[in-house]
Design a protein around this ligand. Sequence first.
Ligand code: ADP
Ligand code: ADP
Ligand code: ZN
Length: 208
Amino acid sequence: MKNLVFLGAPGAGKGTQAKRISEKYDIPHISTGDILRANIKEGTELGKLAKSYIDKGALVPDEVIIKVMQARLAEDDCKKGYLLDGFPRTIEQAKALDNITTVTLAVNIVVDDDAVVRRIAGRRMCVCGESYHISTHPSDVCDKCGAKLYQRDDDKEETVKSRLDVYAKQTAPLIEYYSDKGVLVDVDGMQDVAEVTKEIIKVIDGNC
Ligand code: ADP
Ligand code: ADP
Ligand code: ZN
C-alpha cells in the first residue's frame, strides 16, 4: 500500500517531487500548504485563521490542521493510497495521523541549508499549483496554464528565518519518529529534479 509521507525542510523540493510521484502511481497528492493557500484565496474562515500564522512563519495550530486532514483522508480517493506533502509537521500531528491510518513509507528529502535558502528565495508559484525556480525558469508565466507567476509572501526573507527555525524545532523530530517505526528512507535532494524523482521511485518500488 502506498501511504506515503514526504519530509524535508521548506524548499527541499517536496511539492516538486510529490507532483511527479503522485502522477506516476495515480495516488492523490495532498499538500496542506496548497489547501491552506486555496482557503486564503477563497476567503474562508479557515483561510482567515491560517493566514495570521502563515504570515508570521508559524505553524497553524495542530487541532485545526488535524481536523482538515481527518476530513481529507476520509475521502474516497485516499482508499488507493495517498502522498502527504507538508503534513505531519509536528509529533502531535504524526500521532493523530497514526490514529487515522498507517503510514507505509516516509521519504525524507535531504538538502543542504544554503540550498534550501536559495531554493526558497527563487521559488515562483502559479495559482494552478505549479512551482518554478527563477534560475531554471526566468519567464514569469506558467508553462502549464499561462497565468502570471508570483512569489509567496512567506517566501520573502523576513519570514523564511522563522520557518526554518520552526522546521528545526518542531518538524525535524519527525525524522526520528518515523525512523523508530522503521519506515524512514533518506533521499539525496541535492541532485537534479529528474534524478531525485528516479531515486524516490526506486525507494518506493523497493519498500511498498
Ligand atoms: P517544498 O515543497 O519542499 O517547499 P518546492 O518543491 O516548492 O519545495 O521547491 C522549492 C524550490 O526549489 C522551487 O523553486 C523548485 O522549483 C526548486 N527545486 C525543487 N527541486 C529542485 C532540485 N532538485 N534542484 C534544484 N531546484 C529544485
Ligand atoms: P513549505 O514546504 O515551503 O514549508 P508549505 O506550503 O508546506 O511550505 O506551508 C506553508 C505554511 O503553511 C507553513 O509555513 C505553515 O504556516 C502552514 N502549514 C502548512 N502545513 C502545515 C501543517 N501540517 N501544520 C501547521 N501549519 C502548516
Ligand atoms: Zn499554472
